[in-house]
Ligand binder design. Structure first.
Ligand SMILES: Cc1cc2nc3c(=O)[nH]c(=O)nc-3n(C[C@H](O)[C@H](O)[C@H](O)COP(=O)(O)OP(=O)(O)OC[C@H]3O[C@@H](n4cnc5c(N)ncnc54)[C@H](O)[C@@H]3O)c2cc1C
Length: 397
């Protein structure tokens, strides 16, 4: 079987590697002329690390990032709302949670899949018939395959052609973020700190190599822009009353390297594919970053896609079974991210007080259980050789 994947992001490269590990001939076509790994810090939660383990890359990613032991939720005044013991979760789930620069994850995947990635090839369209799919590129190049996978991200052209134009939902929050070299006694190792204010959140965590990722979020009208040259000043004003080291983190950031982005997601899609064509990752389930799961879900998609394509039946049936397995899972995770975003956008004092009370109560038990359940529902290895994560002992071992 020959599969063409459009897009060499985290989803597309994971899909190609997963397919190749199952003996399926997979090729990736990427519009960028060369590898361009970009992006801030991301969480690769235990479920993402489990997927990377199945691609043989968990050790590499673990070595590049920072292993998270503790997650703290606090008010903007520094009062503890709840905490999670990630060391314990890692032992329970058999994989750690790693915070890392997104570019380092992508570079690892691209290096591993380099033999099957074709850069500088922009997908423009496809036709399918009973025997296969013909794929067209802007260069005039054409390819024929048995199955076509759109992993072409948020602006997916393949999705537009296949199932229609999706609508972004603005969640009422804008974010600023950066990655900086930062060493401060109040930025503890292996720890994520997330402060919740009124219509605000500030989160920071290590991402390996003595760097910290930070992100500030605030309720704001959609499309609002910062005055050029005033971003840092505005952020320092906004987060001045937050405990150390929040103001110090902003102070240590370069104005030109602060990225602003409005938070959007999309309603779950009814249809993910037709015939021999399907979608994967942000192309089909763009979610708010407030659960830190977009890339992890794209990697899970990749594992399940390869499982389904290496099973029996005609290609279209195998793809529909991939979609049927992934739709409920990604819908549940996207809905958690949506709820988390609505916790940030609250501005009225009573609503904020209620949220803080709820967080204090639920983080003691139910929310942690629900969260671990979500992480534990990652696709399990199904025949492909897996790699155990370094430094993690499973409950049985
Ligand atoms: C602020 C923020 C924080 C986040 N934090 C986390 C986190 O902590 N954990 C987590 O798991 N996820 C996180 N995410 C989400 C994560 O980054 C994305 O879900 C993930 O990178 C999506 O990967 P993808 O491969 O589906 O798409 P993309 O990374 O967008 O890749 C798509 C690729 O397709 C290529 N392409 C597009 N069109 C064409 C075409 N016509 N022809 C050929 N190639 C094409 C693009 O050039 C690109 O390389 C975060 C996102 C944001 C915005």
């Amino acid at each position: 079987m020959r599969v063409i994947v459009v897009g060499a992001g985290i989803g597309g490269t994971s899909a190609a590697l997963s397919l190749c590990r199952r003996g399926i001939d997979a090729e990736v076509y990427e519009q960028a002329p060369e590898p361009r790994p970009l992006g801030g810090g991301i969480f690769v939660w235990s479920n993402g690390m489990t997927a990377l383990g199945q691609l043989g890359l968990a050790d590499k990613v673990e070595g590049l990032g920072d292993t998270i032991e503790r997650f703290e939720f606090l008010t903007d005044g520094g009062r503890m709302l709840g905490e999670m013991d990630f060391g314990g979760f890692a032992r329970e789930l058999g994989a750690p949670t790693i915070c890392i620069v997104r570019a380092d994850v992508l570079r690892t995947l691209v290096d591993a899949a380099s033999e099957v990635i074709h850069f500088g090839e922009q997908f423009t369209g496809f036709e399918q018939d009973a025997d296969g799919v013909t794929v067209h590129f802007a260069s005039g190049h054409e390819e024929r395959c048995d199955a076509l996978v759109g992993a072409d991200g948020r602006q997916s052209m393949l999705r537009r052609k296949l199932v229609g134009e999706p609508e972004d939902r603005y969640l009422g929050i804008t974010t600023w973020r950066g990655v900086i070299p930062f060493d401060h006694p109040k930025a503890p190792p292996h720890t994520v700190r997330s402060y919740f204010g009124r219509g605000e959140q500030f989160i920071f965590h290590p991402v390996g190599s003595k760097r910290q990722f930070w992100s500030g979020a605030a309720a704001a009208p959609q499309g609002e822009q910062d005055e050029p040259g005033a971003v840092k000043r505005e952020l320092l004003n906004r987060f001045a009353r937050y405990p150390e080291p929040v103001p110090q983190i902003i102070e240590a950031s370069e104005e030109s390297e602060i990225i602003r982005m409005d938070v959007v997601d999309r309603a779950p899609a009814e249809s993910w594919g037709k015939g021999r064509v399907t979608l994967l990752g942000d192309a089909i389930h763009l979610m708010a970053p407030m659960a830190g799961q977009g890339a992890c879900q794209a990697m899970e998609d990749a594992i399940v896609l390869a499982d389904c394509l290496s099973s029996h039946g005609d290609v279209a049936t195998r793809l529909r079974s991939y979609e049927a397995m992934r739709r409920p899972r990604t819908t549940a995770v996207a809905s958690l991210a949506h709820r988390n975003a609505s916790n940030v956008s609250l501005t009225s004092r009573p609503a904020v007080a209620m949220r803080n009370l709820r967080m204090r109560l639920i983080w003691k038990g139910p929310a942690q259980k629900q969260f671990v359940k979500m992480l534990s529902e990652a696709p399990k290895p199904n025949g492909a050789p897996a790699e155990a994560s370094r430094g993690v002992t499973s409950p049985s071992g």
